[in-house]
Every structure is written in C-alpha cells, then in structure tokens.
Design a binder for this molecule. Sequence first.
Ligand code: GAL
Length: 833
Amino acid sequence: MALTPLMSSTAVVLMAFAAAAAVALHPAVAAVSYDRKALVINGRRRILISGSIHYPRSVPEMWPDLIQKAKDGGLDVIQTYVFWNGHEPVPGQYYFEGRYDLVQFIKLVHRAGLYVHLRIGPYICAEWNFGGFPVWLKYIPGIRFRTDNEPFKAAMANFTAKIVNMMKSEGLFEWQGGPIILSQIENEFGPLEWDQGEPAKAYASWAANMAVGLNTGVPWVMCKEEDAPDPVIDTCNGFYCDYYTPSKPYKPMMWTEAWTAWYTGFGIPVPHRPVEDLAFSVAKFIQKGGSFVNYYMYHGGTNFGRTAGGPFIATSYDYDAPIDEYGLLRQPKWGHLRGLHKAIKLCEPALISSDPVVISLGNSQQASVFRSSSGYCAAFLANYDSESSARVTFNGVHYHLPPWSISILPDCKTTVFNTARVGVQTSQMTMERVGGFSWQSFNEEITSSNDESFTTVGLLEQINVTRDNTDYLWYTTYVDIGQDERFLQNGQSPVLTVMSAGHSLHVFINRQLIGTVYGSIEDPKLTYTGNVNLWVGSNTISILSVSVGLPNVGEHFETWNAGVLGPVMLNGLNEGRRDLTWQKWTYQVGLKGETLGLHSLSGSSLLEWGEVPQEQPLMWYKAFFNAPDGDEPLALDMSNMGKGQAWINGQGIGRYWPGYKAYGDCSDCDYRGTYNETKCQTNCGEPSQRWYHVPRSWLNPTGNLLVVFEEWGSDPTGISMVKRTIGSVCANVFEMQPSMRNWHTKENENSKVHLLCDFGKKITKITFASFGTPRGVCGNFSEGSCHAHKSYDPFEKKCIGQQRCSISVVPEVFGGDPCPGTMKRLAVEAICG
Ligand code: GAL
C-alpha cells in the first residue's frame, strides 16, 4: 500500500491519538466544541449532513413536513439564516410571527430530532431583499454597511444580541437541551476584506469578538473568512470544496454552502445541477477529510411578497433543491442523496478516527482509505476522468467506476454507493389545470398627484423617496409646446430620452403609454428613447419607475441607486434640445390601488369594479374562487401575463414577470465534468418563471380573493390555477456489476429499479422499458442498438396494479444478456393513476 506524500502513517496515528485525547480531556467544557477533525457534540466527533431551509420562504403549515422530509433524506442538521428585515420592519418594533416565527421553526426541528445551524448574519445575502438589512438601516446618519463604522456596528450588535438572547431564553442552544449546535456571524466577508483592506479587517475581527462575547456556548463560523479569529471557524461555500483547507490546523473542514444548483432571475434561464455531480462533490469533500456538509438549498421555497433581492431575483427560489419549491420530493435528487448519506454514515466510525491515506489506482483514479486504530476501514474509490469509466483494482478486487464518480466502500471491500449510479426513480411532475377565474377590473390612475405627492426641482433617487415601501414611484413633469414648433408642421416628432438607474419603467405622454423598458440582472440601468407626440400647450410627461428588489450583494450595495436619475432630454424642438432634468418634478409614491389597499378584502370591496378591458396597461384585476379539492400543492399559471404582482386573501404571492423571456444557452447537459451555474439550464426563450406557488394554507374553502396588478396590459383571462402532481415515474439504472451480485444488504439498492407512485395511486401502465443501451431522458426514452426483447415482462408482471415495485437489473430477469461485453442499463417509464 503506497502512502500519500502528505502524511506518513505514524503521523496519522499520532494526530488521531492527539485529537482523540483532546476530545477526551474536555468533554464537559462545552456540549458542542470542535477539533481538527470535526464538530464534537457531547464528547463525540460527528460527521454531519445539513440542509438549508429558510423559514420565511415557506409557510408554517409546511414546516413539519419539510423537516420530516429532510430527516428522512438523511439530514442531521437544518441550517437557516435569520431574516433581520422581516423581524424588525421598524426600528425597535419586532415581528416573530407567521412565516417569521423563528422560535417555532427551531422547536419543530428539535422535535424532529435534528440540530440547527443558525446563521444570524445579520448580513445574509441569500438573494433576499437588501441582503436581509432593513431599509431603515440605510438612513441612520453616518452609516456605512459592513465596515468599521460605529452606527453600523451598534445596530448589528444590537440585533445579534437580540437573537442570541431570544434563543437563550427559549432554551434552544444545545447545552440548554436545545437543537442549536452552531451559529454564524457575517456572511462571506473574506472577499470584501481582500478588496477593502484595513477598515474591513478591523470590522471582521470586531464582528468575531462581538459574537464570541455573546457566550452562546456553541461554536461560531464565518464562511469564506480566512482570517476568522480564534475560536471562530472559517468555512467553505461553493459548488466544490474539496480543495479547501481550514485556515488553522486545529479547525475542522466544514462546507456551509454546497450549492444544489443556483437561483433563478427574471430574464435568465433556470439553473439545474445533476445529482450525480452534486453527490460526487460531496463524496469528494468527505473523502478529503471534510466532516460537515450543508446543502444550500435543501428546500429553496418562495420569495413571497416583495422579499426577493436583486434586482431581478425571481419569486421562485426553488434552487433545483432536493425538496422542490412546493415541498415535494425532487426525484431522483432527494433519493440519490439519501443513499449517499446512508453510505457516508456507514463510514462515520472510520472517518472520525483517522485521516485519509491516498493511493493511486491509475492516471485519474485514486483510493482514499480511512483506517482507524480500532479496526474500522472505509474507502472512497474515485474516477476523476470526465469522459471514460475505469476498471480499477483495490485490495486485490476489481471495481468498475463510471466517469466522474466516487464509489463508497464502508468496509473497504463492498461498494454500497456510487455517485454516478442513480438507482432511485425520477418523478416527472406535471402542472394540471384545475380552473380559471372570472375577473373584474379597476383602472390604476395615470397621474402624479394626491395629498402625499410633492414637487421639487430635479430628479430624486427612488429608494430615498419610497423607502422601499412600494416598487412604484411616479415622476411627472410638464412641457410647454409653442404654436411655432416646426415639428408640428413637418411631422418629425421630438425624441424623448430618459436615463434611469433601474430597474424598469413605463413612460406616459398625456396619459398615453408610449414605452416600457427594463434592465437586466447583469445591468439594472436602462435608457428609454422614443418619438413622442406632443400638442400645443402643456404636455404631461409621467414616468412610472419600478424597482424589482433591492441589491443583496456587492461592495457597499447600500449606496446603489434606483430610479430616474437623468438626464431626461427632449430633442427635436426649435431650440434643439431641451434638458428636462432640472425642471420641477412632481413625485407620487406608490400606486393609487396600493393606497386603497386593493390587494385586501377590505380595500377591494370599497370600490366599484368593472369589466375586463382589452390591453389596458396598469390594471387591477380581482376574482373570487373556491379552494380546489385534494391536497396537492397549488400554483397560478401566469404564462400569458406581462409583469406585476399578485395576492391571495391579502397575502403577497410575489412579483410575476413572464413577459421577460429567459435569454441564454439551454443546450444538453452532461453530469460529467466541472459544474457551474450556467452549465445545465432550461426555459431559454420562455418565461424564467411561469408558475407561482399558492400555499394551501392561505385558502379558505370558498370565497377566496385573488388580486392581480398587471403593468403591461396582458389579459387576465389566461390565468389558471394548477395542481402539482406526479405524472410519470422513471428509472434509468446501470446493470448490477457481477462483483456486487452476491452481496446482499439493505444498502445495496443502487442496481435495483424501484418504482413508486404517490400515496393512493397505482402503476397503471408501463410506457417504456429497455434493458440494453436505451437513449434519452424520462418522458423521452428510445431503444438503443442493444435491447433485451423481454424488457417489459418483469414490470408487467410485478408492477401493474401496485403502488411500488422493485426489479433487479441483471440480464436473467430480462430473458438473458442481449449484448455480452457491453455495459448495459435499464430505462423504464411508468404511469401512476
Ligand atoms: C452565497 C451566499 C448565499 C447565496 C448564494 C447564492 O455566496 O452566501 O447567501 O447568496 O451565494 O445563492
């Protein structure tokens, strides 16, 4: 056996001994501590699998089920940020109810027997409005965010202490018998520190000391913060973290964000990450000695109301996570990771008590072996080749490794899991239409003045005026046109140019919409240029500037602007160009419908609503409906709409923007090779988000109010309610290796096909089955050149009429080997009914 050049076997044994001794010496000091190998809970090093579930991104009624599904998926820990702007909407006025009932969420996790990693931040990034900061924070005199600034530090210390004290008084830290084993202060500050130097360094060390001074009794982490001062642990975030080494040799290797895919933005395609690659990245991290992995996100959920950050972050925060936005299992992702977690747990005794010894098995193949003095042995066999599979010999036994994959051998002999062999089924989800709505309308006023409007010289920054209480700000000015203007005769109408810092705007001349423009996730700035029809006398120019979420990341994002900052120019008059920038402008914050509270039952009932007009911009629509029967998750199909917001019974469903089509590359995606967020995308040329989650718990059996504010003039009659259900289920599995056939344990499920329908449904039809070299993906399989003629038989026999069935993927089951010498797989698709 060759040893890694990094470490001799004596060193490994000595270090393991030293670590074990350290653990034994201090068990009573703190219930949760750490050493160089792992977090230590009640004297025991632990390999911990964690997943992010953000409590305000679902509804409390969903929490128990989400947590249970996380537990069933093999998680030990739930990680969440704390959402400051949700908890302190007004300075000193706190809110911890409904979706913001943090204590209840943590108690539910505890009840399920899981731990909590509480990322207090209070800067959280997270594609959440303003990175979690309340907007009022920006208006504290002299403030600068996230630097050595006294007003900022005072506010941050105050909120952090508030949360820590709340957790203590509820008895939620581990030493109190609660579930919190870990906290986080700040978020990915390291990269900013690089750019900003001294004041940033001073701030980072202040933040760490402030946190430690709160005596939580559990360790603090600072993610992406190489010089996290002791005893704070620096951790890694990324698609892969196997390259990462903790900044100090006595700190454990922890991965606080293993990205399960990426967020969705309006105007960009939807990212997906193949589970084979995600599992590969996690196995690789553990194989390098990592002991804590958190999936970001395990359930992504929804940015309800106006909570999405940005600008341009979509309402769906699905993240292609193992539990989908609606709270359903995403298969095969959830199931395959569950298999991975089981395999890792089988290795835990070896992992926590030894360091890996790396043995070369070929050019791109390696074994990492964990052998403890007490006799445990676990091995990870890796094939880093992104093209070809490999046959390797380890301890005298042959193993077949698919490309870009890792096999896990908890006894150093038996493969119980390979990251690229996905044995669990795929579920094809469908959105089944359950009904439409009958609508009434209310015309938003295209105007600029009411009691609260004001007039001033020049253009004002939008958030300074709205304080982000609304997306909408009207900018209105007047232009006098004399009778002698030549354009009145020659028909060459003047050109209006409006420059805005973002994020979207509509231009009206004399109350007629003449144009709509919007920025993009890469660049929120925009310019409107167009010909305008002006009449003799006074003309009204009204610009409705619309924000689409405040920035959540970037250097001093609190200073970034939105709204019409100019110049605003009119070209083509007798005088040439007239600069409107420094004229008098009248400002109106928000829409009339917002002031009237049209989204709510009380507000909407005070008015007369009319018929639905044709293509009228800035319209409010309302409809009443009864809750669809059943318990499947619900969504609104908004595919025919332009842009706006929607509410159900007064609760904000979120911003919708199907009118913004996704631009990008959606070509085929292969799990093999290094992943990045643009590698595997869908929805190119289509809306980035078509469906908008309607939590069942927001509905009454009858008489629910749906209100939509549509900016672009789209017809609401195309909106429908849909149910999310499993359409068909598929499996696509490699044949069982001969070396594994005689090995029977419960964990060896990788080379069996399992089909499972939802509760109450049965397999009614096998629409495809091929053992050989089938092609395509679920919903679109076809036979390859090799196909066993009895491929359908075992399924017809064992599966039809059943809720679940399992079939071994070995040639005998399908009438013999159709192409000896070729690596075969089985693809099958079944309908549940
Ligand atoms: C990380 C950040 C998270 C989230 C993620 C992208 O860098 O810490 O809060 O923003 O990126 O989804």
